[in-house]
Design a protein. Structure first.
Length: 353
C-alpha cells in the first residue's frame, strides 16, 4: 500500500439518513426521548451506514500485538515475555477478548506487529511483524519513518480486508507490555499536558513506580523536543514514542473513516491511537463510538479533548478491546429497538401532543 492512502478524504456522514432516522424515532410507540442515548446511537449508526435500519450484527475485532523497548526501564508489573504468551492465549481462545468475541459471535483476528520473539509460529496469528519490538523511547526514537509507515499500512490493510468481507462495526484491540507508557507519552505530547496528569498504574504498578514512570516519560519527551522534534505533529509523535500496535490502530481508525465503517473505540491506549487519527484527519470521531471510560486517569482527559462521551463506566483497564466489546450489546439493543418497535400508526396507539 502506498502512503497516498493517508491523504484520502473521509467518507461523509449521511445527514439525510440521520434526519430520516430521527423522524422514525418520533413515530415509535414511546414518549419522545424516553430511550435516551439508545435513540441517538441508533440514528448515528444509521447515518454512518446510510440506511434507515442500522445493524451491528457483523463485528470484527482486530487485536494488534507488539513489544516496547521502554518496558526494559521497569514501567510494567509484568515481564516483556507476557506479550507473546498472551498472543498465544488469544489464539487459543483463553483471553478475556476471546471469550467476549465468542459470546458476541464476532470475528477476532490477532495480528503480530513485532514482538521480542517475532516472527511468531503461532497458529491463527497474522504476521505483520516489523521488528522485535520498538526501541526504548527514553533514549532514541521508538521507530523510524519507514517502520511507522509499515505499521500504519498494516492497520489500514486489516480494515480493508474486513470491509471486503462485510463489517458493520470495527473494534481495534491491543496487547504490548509497556504500551500504557507509550500511550501516556503520545497523549502528553499531543495535548501538551504533563505526563503526571495522565499516567496510571497500567498493569498494576504501585504509586512509587507510577511517579517514576511519569518522570521517565517527561524526560523522554524533553529529549525529543531538544532533538528538534515537533511534538504537536502526530506522525512525529508516533515515530518518537509510539508502538507498532498503536500506529497500526491509528492506521485502522483512519481507514475505517475513509471507507465508512463505524468504529467502537476501547480504552486509554486505543484512544491515544484514535487521537493520532483525529489529528491526522479531523472528523474521524464522527465515525466512532467510545465503548467505555477506562480506570486509567488519562483516558477521561483524552476523551474530553476530543469531545467524545463513553457509553459505559465500568472501571475497566484491561485493554485488548474488551471494554469496547462489552458495549456491543448496547449498540445491538439500540438497533433492535429502532428497527423492530411498532409505530403509533401500526399499533393503533394514539400519539401524544
Amino acid at each position: 500500500m502506498q502512503n497516498s492512502w493517508l491523504q484520502q478524504p473521509l467518507k461523509a456522514i449521511d445527514d439525510g439518513c440521520y434526519a430520516e432516522s430521527l423522524a422514525h424515532q418520533a413515530q415509535l410507540t414511546k414518549p419522545a426521548g424516553s430511550l435516551g442515548q439508545l435513540e441517538s446511537i441508533a440514528c448515528r449508526l444509521a447515518a454512518m451506514q446510510q440506511r434507515r435500519d442500522p445493524d451491528a450484527s457483523r463485528v470484527r475485532i482486530c487485536l494488534f500485538a507488539a513489544d516496547h523497548g521502554i518496558a526494559r526501564a521497569g514501567v510494567s508489573a509484568f515481564p516483556q515475555e507476557v506479550t507473546v504468551q498472551m498472543v498465544a492465549n488469544f489464539s487459543q481462545g483463553g483471553a478475556a477478548i476471546s471469550v467476549l468475541a465468542r459470546s458476541l459471535g464476532a470475528e477476532l483476528e490477532v495480528v503480530d506487529m513485532g514482538t521480542c520473539s517475532s516472527p511468531l509460529s503461532i497458529e491463527r496469528v497474522v504476521d505483520r511483524a516489523i521488528g522485535p519490538g520498538t526501541r526504548s523511547f527514553e533514549q532514541e526514537p521508538a521507530m523510524n519513518r519507514q517502520q511507522l509507515e509499515q505499521a500504519l499500512a498494516a492497520g489500514a490493510e486489516r480494515v480493508e480486508e474486513a470491509f471486503d468481507r462485510g463489517c458493520d462495526l470495527f473494534i481495534a484491540g491491543e496487547m504490548g507490555i509497556g504500551n500504557t507508557s507509550s500511550a501516556t507519552a503520545i497523549a502528553a505530547a499531543l495535548l501538551d499536558r504533563a505526563p503526571s496528569e495522565l499516567v496510571g498504574p497500567g498493569t498494576g504498578i504501585d504509586r512509587e513506580h507510577v511517579t517514576r514512570k511519569a518522570e521517565l516519560i517527561a524526560a523522554a519527551l524533553q529529549l525529543h523536543r531538544e532533538g528538534g522534534v515537533d511534538l504537536s505533529e502526530p506522525l512525529a509523535v508516533l515515530e518518537c514514542v509510539g508502538g507498532f500496535e498503536i500506529a497500526a490502530m491509528t492506521g485502522a481508525y483512519l481507514r475505517c473513516a475513509q471507507l465508512g465503517i463505524p468504529m467502537l473505540v476501547d480504552g486509554f491506549i486505543s484512544s491515544a491511537a484514535f487521537l493520532c487519527a483525529e489529528r491526522l484527519a479531523p472528523g474521524c470521531r464522527e465515525w466512532a463510538f467510545v465503548g467505555h471510560c477506562s480506570a486509567e486517569p488519562g483516558h477521561r482527559i483524552l476523551l474530553e479533548s476530543m469531545v467524545m462521551d463513553p457509553l459505559l463506566q465500568l472501571q475497566m483497564r484491561l485493554g485488548e478491546g474488551s471494554g469496547a466489546a462489552v458495549a456491543v450489546p448496547l449498540l445491538r439493543s439500540a438497533c433492535a429497538l429502532h428497527n423492530q418497535m411498532a409505530t403509533f400508526a401500526q399499533a393503533g396507539v394514539s400519539a401524544g401532543d
